[in-house]
Design a protein around this ligand. Structure first.
Ligand code: HEC
Length: 159
């Protein structure tokens, strides 16, 4: 019964999503591209965060230019409108190869708030990352926390 209710709800919401639900193993290419795009976006976050985190944790030497670039990339990525990636019906309970929880779509305002927290923290980091290592360290924590807070609530854990 629950499955029928979900399918009916999905059908009411439109083509892309209904296709995702009906063809779990043959996912609509447009839906797949959206999932790929959001995961790629996350990979870009991760790459830039890795540079900054390496410096913040004294694992790689501080380089002002490199830090400034990574932080401004992160801020730029954080300001991208991602609405097209997060298509309803593309949660881990409905399609394969995603760790997105269905709660993203039931709690969208909170999800967006968590995305905004990252945007704000990245912008603050971008202001100071190229100044000196202490400033980078002081601003880095909020960025890492913003990633973690969203993953904790909206990403299926991988263990
Ligand atoms: C607003 C919520 C949110 C924020 C903020 C966020 N993420 Fe994610 N992240 C997700 C969700 C949801 C997924 C699962 C996406 C999927 O599998 O479709 C994910 C997946 C990932 C992945 C796995 C990508 C893949 O190829 O499957 C990485 C890496 C990642 N995030 C890194 C980061 C980093 C680094 C930050 C901070 C700079 C960050 N994320 C901020 C929600 C968020």
């Amino acid at each position: 019964m629950a499955k029928i209710a979900r399918l009916t709800g999905a059908l009411a919401l439109g083509g892309l999503m209904a296709t995702a639900v009906l063809a779990e193993s043959h996912i609509d290419p447009a839906v797949q591209r959206a999932v790929d795009a959001r995961q790629a976006h996350m990979t870009l976050y991760s790459f830039n965060l890795g540079t900054l985190g390496g410096m913040a944790q004294d694992k790689i030497p501080y380089d002002a230019a490199m830090a400034g670039t990574a932080a401004s990339n992160l801020a730029a990525l954080g300001s991208v409108d991602q609405a097209g990636y997060w298509i309803e019906g593309t949660d881990a309970g409905t399609i394969e190869d995603t760790r997105a929880k269905a709660e993203i779509w039931t709690d969208m305002a909170d999800f967006e708030e968590k995305a905004m927290a990252l945007t704000n923290a990245s912008a603050a980091l971008a202001e100071v990352a190229g100044t000196d290592l202490d400033s980078l360290k002081a601003a880095f924590g909020d960025v890492g926390k913003a990633c973690g807070a969203c993953h904790e609530t909206y990403r299926v854990s991988d263990d």
